[in-house]
Design a protein around this ligand. Structure first.
Ligand code: SF4
Length: 342
């Protein structure tokens, strides 16, 4: 693309996009601060959460843990409870570990230094170092990938090409604002479906504008279907909950659960319960698998516990909602205890 190697054309391109960003940028709380902690929390949240949803989680998290020191001091269970609902809990655990490292050794101000912190990858290191410290480090996320692929008509942009091209386009005078401008263009104008090229500030530079949805080609991600069984054991004051382990849900709590269609027997044996009644099924997708969970319910001779006092995974909140609906409908007829001792 000739303009990419022409410094005056490149300057025009940057001016057009930054001027558009100045007029159209959404007013978001993490854009009103240069506090690296707040920027880091927002960037970690936004990796897998849409902006509209992230707003509430961000406000809650910053209120509970306003800085690295308060986050470092908090027990992991409190951190997970405040994060609850935002999903991908590994992000919260990594933030917690990172805060402990920063509380001890201080926060590095460079891209390379940030990259050495636990849970920080190239995207987050570039975002925080450019926005908070003005380092000329270009971000590459899904939005940037799409915008660049279309601008330069690349159907299958490779990671090395993306990094190099994003770095070439980056405005050296204002790298933090530039990075946000490219991502904002991808969020508001150069959207995955039906991009509004007629409103695009850089349409005259774009090689893909005649057929934007052909760039880039979709990436295939296989999700393996997996069956599982969950057991809702109702005690006098709540439910039986277990602490989860495994990479994705470690540190969270949930209902007794096993993968495999025939797992009910092993769950009943584990708790010495003779039988359980089916409540329904719950669907839940992880990155690489699509779970279909058959949920069963039985009475428990103990007290159980109040689920609102534990950090529950999104999957377990779905199970809880199903149980409350089913048990609520049945409660009048059977006179059973509800959750939370109700
Ligand atoms: Fe995206 Fe269309 Fe703008 Fe090209 S002209 S960058 S395809 S919105």
């Amino acid at each position: 693309m000739p303009w990419l190697h022409d410094s005056r054309a490149l300057a025009r391109f940057r001016r057009a996009l930054l001027a558009w960003y100045g007029r159209n940028a959404r007013d978001l709380p993490w854009r009103r601060t240069t506090d690296p902690y707040a920027i880091l929390v927002s960037e970690v949240l936004l990796q897998q959460t849409r902006v509209e949803q992230a707003l509430g989680y961000y406000a809650r998290f910053i209120e509970a843990f306003p800085d690295f020191a308060s986050l470092a001091r908090a027990p992991e269970e409190d951190v997970l409870r405040v994060w609850a609902g935002a999903g991908y809990y590994r992000r919260a655990r990594n933030l917690h570990r990172l805060a402990q490292v920063v509380a001890e050794k201080g926060l590095p101000r460079s891209y390379e230094g940030l990259l050495r912190l636990p849970g920080i990858g190239p995207y987050t290191a570039a975002a925080v170092s450019s926005i908070a410290f003005g380092e000329p480090a270009a971000v590459v996320d899904g939005n940037v990938r799409r915008v660049l692929a279309r601008l330069l008509a690349q159907a299958d942009p490779k990671p090395g090409w993306l990094r190099e091209t994003a770095q070439r386009l980056l405005s050296p005078e204002d790298p933090g604002r530039w990075n946000q401008a490219v991502m904002e263009l991808g969020s508001l104008v150069c959207t995955p479906k039906v991009p509004t090229c007629g409103r695009c500030p850089v349409a005259s530079f774009c090689a893909g504008r005649d057929d934007p949805e052909s760039y880039p080609l979709p990436r295939k991600r296989a999700q393996r279907p997996v069956s599982a069984v969950a057991l809702v054991l109702r005690g006098s004051k709540g439910y039986v909950l277990e602490r989860r382990d495994g990479q994705a849900l470690s540190g969270l709590w949930g209902f007794p659960f096993v993968e495999g269609e025939d797992g009910l027997r092993s769950l009943l044996d584990r708790y010495g319960v003779p039988r359980a009644e089916p409540l329904g099924t719950v669907e839940h997708a992880f990155t690489h698998k699509q779970l279909t969970i058959a949920v069963y319910e039985a009475c428990w001779r103990g007290r159980g516990e109040d689920p609102s006092r534990r950090p529950l995974s999104a999957l377990d909140r779905k199970i809880l909602a199903l149980a409350r609906r089913a048990i609520g409908q049945d409660q009048g007829q059977r006179g059973v205890f509800g959750p939370d001792g109700a």
